[in-house]
Design a protein around this ligand. Structure first.
Ligand code: SF4
Ligand code: SF4
Length: 210
């Protein structure tokens, strides 16, 4: 009934809209009884009695969850388009131009277009596996609902500006560092490659103690 009556619920794009909570629930969350809570937080208690108090209602995600977004590291991307060629649905569009007049082997192309149509994506992750430079990663967010299909195309500008929260899927080195994709911390470009040189400590752990 609330979903039909409240505009904020009818038009929300969030999978987990905030949940209404009563004063009993607030007191329980604060680990106290309702009288002590009301004495300490009279404003919140009054809001709860009036039905206006809300709390976040999100479930924790597994670190390897593959969301509806992508984390793309432009500094790692050469524009080789391996990801686009391997995508079974052909939904990645890449347009590049030479980034210099006398380009040599190993130099990068400049990226003009890097569109991913997540409206058709099946989140298989083959593009991530295909990338030789670990530049593209499955993301961890999933609340990409929109009212128009064409808004489901993730453009290069959006990829550039998106916070970098790659999923731990196919990235065991991130998991071993206890990085949490749905946390506040972003993953730096130097940490996300599969082929990063192991630290001296890691080398010692893996091979030195044998
Ligand atoms: S996850 Fe799969 S379907 Fe989606 S863009 Fe990558 S390869 Fe294509
Ligand atoms: S994301 Fe990877 S596979 Fe795709 S163009 Fe960039 S370097 Fe190539």
């Amino acid at each position: 009934m609330k979903n039909m009556l409240l505009p904020s619920r009818m038009f929300t794009l969030h999978q987990y809209p905030n949940r209404k909570i009563g004063v009993l629930g607030l007191a329980k969350k604060a680990g106290t009884n309702v009288f002590i809570y009301a004495a300490k937080q009279p404003v919140m208690a009054a809001k709860a009695v009036a039905g206006l108090a809300e709390v976040e209602d999100r479930q924790p995600l597994h670190g390897r969850f593959r969301g509806e977004e992508f984390s793309w590291y432009e500094d790692r991307c050469t524009g080789c388009a391996s990801c686009a060629k391997l995508c079974p649905l052909g939904i990645i569009k890449i347009v590049t131009h030479p980034s210099g007049d006398d380009m040599e082997e190993g130099e990068k192309y400049a990226i003009d277009v890097f569109d991913i149509d997540i409206g058709r994506c099946m989140f298989c992750g083959l593009c991530v596996e295909a990338c030789p430079y670990d530049a593209i990663h499955m993301g961890s967010g999933f609340e990409e609902g929109t009212y128009r299909r064409d808004e489901l195309v993730v453009t290069v500008d959006r990829l550039r500006s998106a916070p970098k929260h790659p999923s731990n899927w196919f990235r065991p080195q991130l998991e071993s560092k206890r990085y949490q994709p749905d946390g506040a911390q972003e993953a730096a470009s130097g940490e996300v490659g599969r082929h990063e040189q192991p630290s001296l400590h890691d080398q010692e752990e893996r091979w030195g103690k044998r």
